[in-house]
Design a protein. Structure first.
Ligand SMILES: Nc1ncnc2c1ncn2[C@@H]1O[C@H](COP(=O)(O)OP(=O)(O)OP(=O)(O)O)[C@@H](O)[C@H]1O
Ligand SMILES: Nc1ncnc2c1ncn2[C@@H]1O[C@H](COP(=O)(O)OP(=O)(O)OP(=O)(O)O)[C@@H](O)[C@H]1O
Ligand SMILES: [Mg+2]
Ligand SMILES: [Mg+2]
Lengths: 254, 384, 293, 236, 354
């Protein structure tokens, strides 16, 4: 059974059919790419997968369970986490708190507001455990030294990585990354690729990512779906898809 | 005169000694001062009343000082702003206490007055409010007032209307967010039944909606009210008169002391106020000499016509003088002793003031005086 | 019949709210700030007209013009001194500054003009309209206010839609940094906005006091708040919204007073506002801008 | 004389010094690439040149005129356009309104219409979406709009801040083609890019910025071949 | 770990300031000669400090602008004063009576917070501000129209006038419309005020530095991202809002029990008051609990200290407001401050949070 299965997904904005008859199937542990021209509807697909938009048609199955139309919070609890095309950090919180706050719904770290106000022993114990867990994640992304920084004071590339760390903290089954390498230079992109691979391997994570940087896409994605004008143009193994003449004319050029 | 000269006076001059023996310890009082405090709103939307009181009281104080003071003591008068707020009034009171206030002439508005009365009671400080008209404002034994109480005005108005058969169908427009207005209204409504007056329409408004009275007037008109009772202040009344005129509604308008001042509204078309009746202890247009002197002096000093708040305050200072002289107050008495003496003296004196002749006080602090009904005719108050 | 008459009263009150709300919404729409001092600029405008008419004996049109000029200058000066230094500061800081300006104007007026009520002479010389054999009266003030409102509304809409300065205003309201890159003088555009808003405030003040002729240093404050509510009700930033919001607010207030409770009319007005906003979170005419994720 | 001369520019954000005295020049008709890592100060440089922020010291001279203290809006009418980082389109205005605002400093109606046609020809997608609020455009569409908007002012020099960010490969190529075209049309280009390879490949000269200092400069081709540039910015 | 102790130390400093101020004032009162004005201000200072701290939870931590905070204060004040007025005889010990009154005020205001919060917190930004303003005005208007009497038959209630209460002659009018509640005992004192302030601080500071507080601040910083990591926006918004309301209610209780006459005027429970509280918060530093407490104290004392200036007082207050905002917020002033501040080096560290 695929980890994520999307069937005939579609959405319209006013008269605009942004995504139409979109199908996707991702296996557990896969590193999957979603590419396509600007405005093709990639981010919109993410938005539907995370409940930001309600699809007008189609179905989303996560681990076989129908999650279509659920709200963002529920979908996150079901195990879908994401990053954003335009970075959305909690800019006034520290780097550490950005991650800790994402541990919010983990059973083992949950305590009530009253416990927090009264500073019961449970509060101290769980806060300590959360600190440890968050630091572990930050280390993965090489952010442990900046744990005390205000998130908005991080350099751009690190902010992107912090977003991924934060998404990881919700302990997802499926991680959606929207243009993680945007605004990074080739060296930074390279290190990001390594991190993504590492995350996948270490946590056996399923990852779906949108990216325009072909080096990254061809470097780490195992399979691809190409979206064009809201519809699937091609899908399959990365190498084959990138060789597809339709994809070349619509997206890659040359 | 410094304390030095006072000391030499008392030891060397025999004639003075005799005089001193006569009027208590005048020698000690000579050159000393009596500190009277005043409290009222001088900023905020009730500032008109506070300023009037402050000005008139200062005027009275200056007059008295020029004439030799009270028992030879000069009066020092200080007025503090309370913004018509109970909490601020405590601060004002405490500021005056720190200044050394020995008696209080205040506060101007009812709610702060009620609050300050309680504070003053704790210090056993004598207070005389010129215009705090709520029943509770003088609840403690140390508090007296110059003006009528709200129930008293409501009652008197209903009685006057009933006794003079002015109308049987009456509408009331009152400020339900004002202690003064709703206080008068409550007793008026209760007494109206006894007087065979039917309240056919009652239109409340609040401080937040006091610009438009078209609905209240319309309802009064439709209910066939022959008289509209306005237990409110003249600011709103001036709009009511304008709007009634605009809709061609011309009943008798009957008000209380709050309406006094309506002719003094700068640029107000006084023809609109023709025929308005009001029960007020003071009328700036009265032709008695005291009033005329007062009004002229006030106008000269402050540039506008005094309203009844000013008159109450002016009276208040003279009442304090009368009681203080009666009680033989000296500046070195403790606040509490003064208060005790003043309390007794207040029930003993009779004062002819601007706001009434032969005013006396009962121990509960209420004045006894006749309300005067006046009607505005040809732009002046005319006694009825 | 009495219902219609109430309705007319409501429109009459509403038209005053509307004309104030137009100025509010204009400044909010462009400068993105709640100008709490707007009501007090209205008060200043009324005092200027009062002094001009009664103390200086100037003819009414000239007095109104003088009031407009003084308010325009005042608006620009306030913006320059109090708001401009905070252009990029927290919105709250600007809000507090506006409140400071409001207190300042009130207390300045208190010092200059005293607390005594002044009765404003109506500047409207239009005869009241008498309908249904004298049973319904529409005052000249109402007629003029509504007309002024409509004219101003249309004028403002056309100005923003067709004039270059109007386009500049739109751009500034969106992103002033990017607007500068288009060659737009942001400071001047915002000054202009305040100038227009304050000129409207002067007109509103004169009409407010013509309809409800009592003038004190606090005259502008409650109508200011109500008009502000009206602007929100209609969708703040929307010019036709301010008009509709104002008129509706007036009607609701009067009808509530007439048929439900005159004591509770404010509570009712504000409750309606809450209900409207809960149903339509951006007011009647406000457009909802969805944040692209 | 150079068209644009930057002399010893120092810029602070509060106490943080973002530019530590940089100097460079841009000659008429050139395409200049300004490259450097995140936070090197590229955006700050462009902001200072176009007058959005004031430098602490140093000067900016444009066509012989010192514009260091000239406000941004005046600089635009002098013939300098700036495509800002992050696009900064007017989100609730339509595409068309955005484009018209680009021509704010111009008054020649006919020519504005002509420019509009040109922009639409370059970016047909914008014409399709001309009535859509710009905020709902996709990232790439917004980038096209930002460029189109800048071109609407008919600039003699155009500053571009990472115009290829977030664009599909085909569009990246297209954007670079457009830059070439713009340059061929006689407009001078000062280009800030993360995509150093592409930028240098179309540029005449380049400057490398590192933590607020220019560390390297030269012909674009030379920089492309420079070992340290290759390892630091070209990912080779 | 180091960070934990840092926030804890920060909180301790805040408590320390309050306790020191308390001890100082007590000593001054007993052995020094504290002015009557100062003595009279002590309880109000606690009231305003609590209000400022509680509003900061909504404005600074939750990031929503509320202009109706005085409304919640009003609810707390009237609910508790009604209780105290009715129970004056039944519960003779003032402190016990006061504690129960506080609970009642807090609960009533908290419930109002929830009731207002549920529909209203969906609104964004300035719309929320308007609705809260409207709420405050509604409360004030309603309270002015409540008539409540108590006689041997129990409570009588009317929204029209006292006459409609139809009470027995010896009945007691508890709330008399606009005339409010008069003659309730003033049960509060400085010590109780300080204890309430400390409890408020304890709740707010601990809440902020906990899981809940982080969630609330995350919503403030980026609602969409907060949702994406599974934070229930509505729940936390309402939680923060109603806690803030409940604490404003507590302040209302203290306010009411410091006075013997309680009326709902525009001045004390209208939007003017809400704005005054907001001024404390903004001037003290949005989100800075200690700052808002201190600025509440300073700004409450300021007009009293300026009394000698008479009618220029409020004018100066207005100028102080404007100047303070410009000096703290204008970029030019910030730059000057940063450049020439002797703390220049220390400030560099501000890059790190706290
Ligand atoms: N809320 C919305 N309202 C109207 N149109 C929308 C909305 N959201 C997206 N669109 C439209 O849907 C289309 C797809 O947008 P989307 O953001 O998904 O593109 P994308 O594939 O992510 O592009 P890019 O790579 O440039 O980010 C675009 O044309 C966009 O204008
Ligand atoms: N508004 C600001 N306030 C404080 N510091 C800033 C501000 N803007 C930029 N900086 C700092 O100035 C330095 C240079 O930033 P700048 O944005 O110019 O870099 P850049 O080269 O354009 O980077 P990027 O590739 O990320 O766009 C960075 O250290 C940045 O953190
Ligand atoms: Mg996208
Ligand atoms: Mg940059």
């Amino acid at each position: 059974m695929p980890m994520l299965e999307v069937k005939n997904l579609g959405i319209s904005f006013g008269g605009l059919r942004a995504v139409d008859d979109f199908n996707l199937s991702i296996e557990k542990g896969e590193l999957y790419g979603l590419i396509g021209p600007n405005g093709a509807g990639k981010t919109t697909v993410f938005n539907m997968l995370t409940g930001v938009y309600k699809p007008t048609d189609g179905k989303i199955l996560l681990d076989g369970e129908d999650v279509t139309g659920k709200k963002t919070i529920e979908l996150n609890k079901e195990g879908i986490a994401r990053t954003f095309q335009n970075i959305r950090l909690f800019s006034d919180l520290s780097v550490l708190d950005n991650v800790k706050v994402a541990l919010h719904n983990q059973k083992e770290f949950t305590y009530s507001a009253l416990t927090g106000i009264l500073r019961l022993p449970r509060f101290y114990r769980l806060e300590k455990e959360m600190d440890e867990r968050a630091m572990e994640l930050l280390e993965v992304f090489g952010l442990d030294k900046e744990a005390g920084y205000k998130a908005s004071n991080l350099p751009y590339g690190k902010q992107r990585e912090l977003e991924i760390a934060r998404a990881m903290a919700t302990n997802p089954k499926l991680l959606l990354l929207d243009e993680p390498a945007a605004g990074m230079n080739p060296n930074e992109t390279q290190s990001l690729m390594n991190t993504i691979r590492f995350v996948r391997d270490k946590f056996n994570m399923t990852i779906l990512l949108i990216e325009h940087d072909m080096k990254l896409v061809s470097g780490i994605c195992e399979r691809l779906t190409v979206l064009n004008f809201g519809q699937v143009l091609a899908n399959g193994d990365t190498e084959e898809v990138l060789k597809d003449p339709k994809v070349i004319t619509a997206y890659l050029g040359e | 005169g410094s304390s030095d000269s006072a000391a030499t006076d008392s030891t060397t001059d025999a004639a003075d000694d005799a005089a001193a023996a006569e009027s208590g310890d005048a020698a000690a009082a000579e050159g000393s001062t009596l500190k009277i405090g005043g409290i009222g709103p001088t900023t905020g939307s009730a500032a008109i009343y506070g300023n009037a009181v402050m000005n008139a009281a200062q005027m009275a104080v200056d007059e008295i000082n020029a004439a030799g003071g009270i028992n030879g003591m000069q009066i020092e008068f200080q007025f503090e702003d309370d913004e018509n707020d109970a909490e601020r009034s405590i601060n004002a009171y405490n500021t005056l206490k720190d200044w050394g206030m020995q008696m209080l002439m205040g506060t101007v508005t009812s709610t702060p007055c009620t609050q300050v009365a309680v504070e003053a009671e704790a210090d056993n400080m004598f207070m005389l409010t010129p215009s705090g008209s709520a029943v509770e404002s003088i609840a403690p034994a140390n508090a007296f007032r110059v003006c009528f109480s709200d129930p008293n005005q409501g009652m008197a108005s209903a009685q006057y209307i009933g006794e003079h058969d002015l109308a049987t169908k009456v509408a009331v427009i009152y400020d339900s967010s004002s202690v003064y207005s709703s206080g008068i209204y409550q007793t008026f409504a209760a007494e109206a039944a006894n007087q065979g007056i039917e309240i056919v329409a009652e239109g409340a408004f609040t401080a937040d909606s006091n610009t438009d009275f078209s609905v209240q007037l319309q309802q009064a008109k439709e209910a066939g009210a022959e008289l509209v009772f306005l237990p409110i202040y003249y600011t709103e009344a001036s709009i009511i008169l304008t709007q009634a005129d605009g809709m061609g509604y011309d009943p008798i308008f009957f008000g209380c002391d709050g309406l006094d001042g309506i002719l003094g509204v700068e640029n107000f078309d006084t023809s609109l106020a023709e025929g308005v009746m009001l029960l007020t202890p003071f009328a700036a247009d009265a032709d008695d000499e005291a009033t005329q002197t007062f009004v002229a002096a006030y106008q000269e000093q402050f540039g506008d016509t005094p309203n009844q708040f000013a008159a109450d305050a002016y009276d208040a200072i003279y009442i304090i003088k009368a009681a203080a002289e009666q009680a033989g107050i000296t500046a070195d008495m403790s606040v509490s002793d003064m208060c005790e003496a003043m309390k007794v003296a207040m029930t003993e004196i009779t004062v002819d003031g601007l706001t009434g002749a032969g005013i006396t006080w009962s121990a509960d602090g209420e004045p006894t005086k006749e309300p005067r009904a006046v009607q505005i005719m040809d732009g002046v108050y005319t006694a009825m | 019949m009495s219902f219609i008459s109430y309705l007319l009263n409501g429109i009459s009150l509403g038209s005053v709210y509307a004309i104030i709300a137009l100025g509010y919404t204009m400044v909010y729409g462009i400068a993105k700030m709640l100008n709490f001092a707007h009501g007090d600029v209205i008060m200043v405008g009324s005092y200027v007209a009062f002094v001009a008419i009664n103390n200086m004996g100037l003819p009414i049109p000239i007095s109104i013009l003088l009031s407009v000029i003084v308010c325009t200058v005042l608006g620009v000066v306030i913006e320059g001194i109090a708001y401009r230094p905070l252009r990029h500061a927290s919105k709250l800081a600007v809000l507090i500054t506006a409140i400071g300006v409001s207190y300042f104007l009130q207390n300045m007026a208190l010092l200059i003009f005293g607390a005594n009520t002044k009765s404003f002479t109506s500047v409207v010389q239009v005869k009241p309209l008498s309908l249904a054999g004298g049973q319904l009266n529409i005052s000249g003030e109402t007629i003029v206010t509504i007309l002024a409102c409509v004219v101003i509304m249309i004028g403002l809409m056309a100005f923003i839609k067709y004039s270059k300065a109007g386009h500049a205003m739109l751009a500034v309201s969106e992103d002033d940094g990017a607007a500068r890159l288009m060659g737009i003088n942001v400071n001047r555009t915002i000054s202009l906005t305040f100038a227009i808003g304050s000129a409207l405030a002067a007109i509103a003040g004169v009409l407010l006091c013509s309809a409800y002729p009592s003038l004190t240093p606090y005259t502008g404050s409650m109508p200011g708040i109500k008009a502000f509510v009206a602007a929100v009700f209609g969708g703040i930033g929307s010019i036709p919204g301010a008009f509709i919001g104002g008129i509706l607010l007036g009607i609701i207030e009067i009808l509530a007073r007439a048929y439900i409770s005159s004591q509770l009319s404010d509570a009712i007005v504000f409750s309606v506002l809450i209900i409207v906003l809960v149903v339509r979170p951006t007011g009647l005419m406000g457009k909802e801008i969805q944040e692209k994720v | 004389m150079a068209m644009l001369e930057i002399k010893d520019l120092s810029v602070y954000y509060g106490v943080i010094q973002a530019l530590k005295g940089i100097s460079f020049e841009v000659n008429e008709g050139e395409v200049i690439a300004l490259i450097g890592a995140n936070g090197a100060g590229k955006t700050t440089t462009l902001h200072t040149v176009s007058g959005l922020i004031a430098p602490k010291s140093g000067s900016v001279i444009f066509e012989g005129q010192d514009i260091t203290k000239t406000p941004a809006h005046k600089i635009v009418s002098m013939g300098m356009a700036h495509v800002p980082e992050g696009r900064r389109v007017f989100a609730s205005l339509s595409v068309l309104q955005n484009l018209r605002l680009g021509a704010y400093t111009r008054n020649d109606k006919e020519e504005i219409e002509e420019s509009l046609r040109k922009v639409y020809k370059r970016f047909p997608r914008l014409e399709e979406r001309k009535n859509q609020p710009a905020g709902t455009l996709s990232g790439g569409e917004q980038q096209m709009l930002a460029m189109g908007r800048a071109l609407m002012s008919n600039p003699r020099i155009i500053l571009m801040d990472e115009p290829s960010m977030g664009l599909s490969p085909i569009l990246v190529n297209e954007i670079f083609d457009i830059i070439k075209e713009v340059s061929a049309g006689g407009t001078t280009v000062l280009l800030v890019e993360q995509n150093a390879k592409k930028a240098l490949s179309i540029a005449d000269r380049g400057y490398v910025l590192e933590t607020g200092r220019i560390v390297l400069e030269g012909k674009a081709q030379e920089l492309l071949n420079n070992k340290s540039v290759q390892s630091a910015y070209l990912g080779e | 770990m180091k960070k934990m102790s840092k926030t804890a130390r920060n909180s301790l400093i805040t408590y320390g300031i309050v306790i020191l101020a308390y001890v100082g004032c007590e000593i001054w009162m007993r052995f020094g000669n504290m002015s009557s004005l100062m003595e009279g201000l002590l309880v109000p200072l606690c009231v305003y400090a609590i209000l400022a701290v509680s509003l900061n939870l909504t404005v600074g931590i939750l990031g929503e602008l509320s202009l109706g905070h005085a409304g919640f204060m009003c609810v707390g004040a009237f609910a508790s004063a009604t209780f105290t007025k009715c129970m004056e005889q039944a519960i003779p010990i003032p402190t016990v009576r006061f504690i129960i009154a506080v609970l009642i005020g807090v609960i009533c205001a908290g419930i109002c917070g929830i009731l207002v919060g549920i529909p209203v917190l969906r609104l964004r930004g300035d719309y929320l501000a308007i609705v809260t303003l409207a709420f405050g005005e509604i409360i004030k208007n309603l309270v002015n129209a409540i008539y409540l009497g108590l006689d041997s038959k129990g409570f009588h209630f009317s929204m029209k006038s006292m006459l409609e209460l139809n009470m027995e002659a010896d009945g007691m009018v508890v709330i008399n419309g606009a005339q409010g509640i008069t003659g309730a005992p003033s049960d509060s004192n400085f010590t109780l005020g300080i204890i309430m302030l400390l409890i408020t601080l304890f709740i707010v500071l601990n809440l902020i530095n906990s899981r809940t507080g982080r969630a609330i601040m995350a919503i403030r910083d980026n609602r969409i991202a907060a949702e994406s990591i599974g934070i229930n926006i509505t729940k936390y918004k309402i939680m923060a809002f109603s806690i803030s309301a409940a604490m404003a209610g507590a302040a209302g209780v203290l306010y009411a029990h410091n006075l013997t006459t309680l009326t709902a005027l525009p001045k004390n429970f209208g939007y003017n008051m809400s704005i005054t509280i907001l001024v404390f918060v903004v001037l003290g530093g949005i989100g800075s609990i200690r700052g808002s407490m201190i600025s509440a104290v300073i700004l409450t004392m300021l007009p009293e200290m300026l009394r000698s200036l008479d009618e220029y007082r409020m004018l100066i207050y207005a100028i102080v407001l404007i100047a303070a905002m410009i000096l703290t917020w204008s970029p030019k002033a910030i730059e000057l401050r940063e450049r020439y501040s002797p703390m220049k080096l220390l400030r560099r560290k501000e890059k790190e949070v706290q």
